[in-house]
Design a protein around this ligand. Structure first.
Ligand SMILES: *[C@@H]1O[C@H](CO)[C@@H](O)[C@H](O)[C@H]1NC(C)=O
Ligand SMILES: *[C@@H]1O[C@H](CO)[C@@H](O)[C@H](O)[C@H]1NC(C)=O
Ligand SMILES: *[C@@H]1O[C@H](CO)[C@@H](O)[C@H](O)[C@H]1NC(C)=O
Length: 190
């Protein structure tokens, strides 16, 4: 389900190309349009990612994600998925694929471990947990090199239009970090 996918920390599934793996199943193809982030505190958390074209139909992303806070129960993550047929800013509406805020440590033990890391594989040096999250989460700069995903976990059928996925990470006392990706979904012509 998309909710699983977009709950991936970095929205990586939204960059999925459906050339490998999903071509036969889905009725849509996705083109990533932008990725960006905001932080209230760049010395606590920051990101610098860019979209890269890998081949005609494949996209990936590369860059860095800087994490410099303690991973404790105050760290929360929320996912919002909005869609708009026209792509105009004022037309975006929240979809049921959004997920409410949850503790980041819970997220690591579920979506992160089961979906995000298996999909990302070796394109990143984010920590891997075979069973349960074991503290500490490293304070470092994580690297991504041409991360591309196969679209596993996305719905077979999506309505045409623009989709915006936002992940919001908050931590006490005053860290708020948002990463947002916009992509366009088109119905495939057979
Ligand atoms: C970052 O903040 C600016 C100004 O509020 C806003 O226009 C932009 O859309 C935000 N970007 C993301 C990725 O949230
Ligand atoms: C990823 O790295 C591990 C360890 O270096 C290696 O065993 C594995 O084959 C690699 N997987 C891919 C898909 O390159
Ligand atoms: C990411 O790359 C930088 C520069 O090569 C390196 O210093 C850093 O340790 C890397 N991050 C991880 C988590 O390995």
């Amino acid at each position: 389900m998309l909710s699983f996918c977009v709950s991936s920390l970095l929205l990586v599934c939204l960059f999925a190309n459906n050339y490998n793996g999903c071509a036969a199943k889905t009725n849509w193809e996705a083109t990533p349009l932008s990725i960006g982030s905001n932080t209230t505190n760049p010395s606590a958390m920051d990101m610098n990612l860019r979209i890269e074209r890998i081949s005609r139909s494949e996209f990936g992303f590369s860059g860095t994600f800087f994490w410099n806070i303690d991973m404790d129960d105050s760290v929360m993550v929320e996912m919002r998925v909005l869609s708009s047929y026209s792509g105009h800013e004022s037309d975006y509406k929240l979809t049921p694929m959004s997920i409410p805020p949850q503790k980041f440590t819970e997220y690591i033990n579920t979506f992160y471990k089961d979906l995000l890391m298996p999909n990302l594989g070796n394109c990143t040096d984010l920590p891997v947990y075979e069973t349960e999250f074991v503290p500490p989460w490293p304070k470092t700069t994580f690297n991504f090199t041409r991360c591309a995903l196969n679209g596993k976990g996305l719905p077979d059928i999506l309505a045409e239009g623009y989709y915006k996925a936002e992940a919001i990470i908050t931590a006490l006392p005053n860290v708020e970090f948002t990463v947002a990706a916009i992509l366009r979904i088109r119905t495939k012509m057979f």
